[in-house]
Design a protein around this ligand. Structure first.
Ligand code: CA
Length: 526
């Protein structure tokens, strides 16, 4: 079977295109359509990999997305496979003399009339799910909480049909940590702000061991719950933090601890169960976007469709968080130029500089990202990956910047500085207040979170076909030529409103595929 050779170029200036065909193209294949019509392939080129459209002299830039992703290490003839061994990666852009808010995009016209059914919280935020979350000060208690959660699920949840589930916010922090080191602020505020995520309805309950460094009142100091505690007089009367401490003298035996957790859970479940979804504007969405297991199609199909959807969400007044500092680092000049103000541009530089220093301290070099899977998928290096990653952010002005673990304070397109690691990024976006997660993947990952719906978008039809019960949307149709970026972007927008409303459940929700929370702790462990 010979399919028509199909290549995709992202920018008119590019001297390479990627092969779209399933299974790649053999040497000797003649390209029929542009880009590269008439060109005969000199090498076999795998799917998603680059082919030289013209002769590229040694030392000349290889251009993709209209930017140099590297220099040719030797003369590359037109029709050759351009793989990472032929490329010299460019140096990282310095952080001085960057364009600061010099190309702020003009805001696009508002998009009105779109709503979803959500759970309105006392602090004004809106949940997309109605979940009881059990906050923990330290990993030591995780086994006990898991035991209690099983009892809560079997004994209590059947009585509370309006509650979607109960989750244990287990993590590895709290003991043996340099809790006063400056960077300890990151894991501590991450845990605090996750407890306040809109999907948990302000019903904060804490399980503590007793001897840990991260004591409950340090995790959730008086006042941190205040915004949630205006719902009624009864709640105000109960405004003190609900803590079950396992080392409390009152506990005689394990079952006493479990009973205490189950009893407290019942109090919170009664209140959660009284809540109902109401119609709210799409502006109440807080969508965290990220990618993982990327291939060369991530930046061609799924990420541009997500970028189009990001623009729709921003036009509708929603918040969109984009992240993954190591994957946008090489596009820093684009981002600072796009900032809404010079202050926002400075905040971008501050976060990137902090991360550069963090990586340097650990002796990491830039080749650590990409992964072997990225390279097998056609991504030669981090510059190429970065350009494909940034397109998730669409074309709106960048209106704010959040440091890792900080909570969102504004609408619009927000840069939430996080590592690129899928679970760490997701954990930090939860802390920021994300109520819906969009995740693009090319190589494929079954990633899911218990705390918010994770809508997974496949970059290739082949992946969407094989993982038909894991991928929520196929953006591979863009490479196949059967749908446009705009069509898939709109499809995603409507899918998000359905998912947010609970009218649809993600595949990860249906299978209960839940990855662990993974804290970003740049501070020392003792
Ligand atoms: Ca990621």
């Amino acid at each position: 079977m010979t399919a028509v050779a199909h290549t995709i170029r992202m920018h008119a200036a590019d001297n390479v295109a990627i092969v779209g065909n399933d299974g790649g193209l053999d040497a000797g294949t003649t390209l029929i359509n542009d880009p590269g019509a008439g060109l005969v392939l000199r090498d076999r080129v795998p799917q998603g990999h680059k082919v030289a459209l013209v002769d590229i002299p040694a030392g000349a830039p290889v251009l993709r997305y209209g930017v140099p992703i590297g220099q040719a290490l030797k003369h590359i003839e037109a029709g050759c496979w351009v793989h990472e061994r032929l490329l010299q990666m460019p140096d990282a852009r310095g952080l001085v003399d960057l364009p600061m808010a010099t190309a702020t995009p003009v805001p696009q016209p508002p998009l009105t009339g779109h709503t979803f059914e959500g759970f309105r919280n006392a602090d004004g935020s809106v949940g997309t799910r109605n979940i009881l979350a059990i906050t923990q000060t330290v990993q030591c208690v995780a086994g006990v909480v898991d035991f209690a959660v099983q009892r809560i699920r079997s004994e209590l949840l059947p009585r509370y049909p309006q509650v979607d589930g109960v989750v244990s916010l287990a993590h590895g922090y709290g003991c043996g940590v340099a809790i006063d080191a400056p960077d300890a602020v990151v894991p501590i505020r991450t845990l605090r702000n996750i407890s306040l995520n809109p999907n948990f309805g302000g019903e904060v309950m804490v399980v503590s061991l007793g001897c840990e460094k991260l004591q409950p009142e340090r995790l959730l100091p008086p006042g941190s719950l205040r915004s949630f505690q205006i719902r009624d007089d009864r709640a105000a009367a109960e405004a003190s933090l609900d803590v079950t401490c396992l080392q409390d003298d009152a506990h005689i035996g394990f079952m006493s601890m479990v009973d205490s957790i189950v009893r407290q859970a019942d109090v919170h479940l009664q209140r959660l169960n009284a809540r109902r979804r109401t119609t709210v504007p799409a502006s109440e969405l807080v969508v965290g976007v990220q990618c993982g297991g990327s291939d060369a199609f991530s930046g061609v199909t799924a990420n541009p469709a997500v970028g189009f959807c990001t623009d729709l969400l921003v036009r509708a007044g929603a918040s969109v968080l984009f992240s993954e500092t190591t994957e946008v680092r090489d596009g820093i000049a684009q981002l600072t130029a796009r900032a809404a103000t010079t202050e926002v541009a400075q905040a971008l530089v501050r976060e990137v500089a902090w991360y550069d220093a963090y990586l340097q301290r650990g002796g990491a070099d830039r080749s650590a990202n990409t992964t072997p899977g990225n390279k097998a998928g056609g991504l030669s290096n981090i510059v190429e990956k970065a350009m494909g990653s940034i397109v998730k952010s669409g074309s709106a002005p960048i209106s704010a910047v959040l440091a890792p673990g900080e909570k969102l304070r504004s609408k619009g397109l927000v840069y939430n500085a996080t590592p690129a690691s899928d679970f760490i990024c997701g954990t930090l976006q939860l802390a920021a207040g994300m109520n819906l997660h969009v995740f693009t993947t090319g190589r494929g990952t079954p990633y899911g979170l218990a705390e918010v719906p994770v809508v997974k978008v496949a970059t290739r039809t082949d992946l969407a076909r094989r993982w038909h019960d894991l991928m929520d949307l196929n953006a591979g149709t863009i490479a196949d030529g059967t749908q446009t970026i705009e069509q898939v972007g709109w499809q995603l927008f409507h899918l998000l409103l359905d998912m947010a409303s609970g009218r649809q459940r993600t595949w990860a929700e249906r299978w209960k595929l839940h990855n662990a929370l993974v804290l970003f702790n740049p501070a020392p462990v003792t």
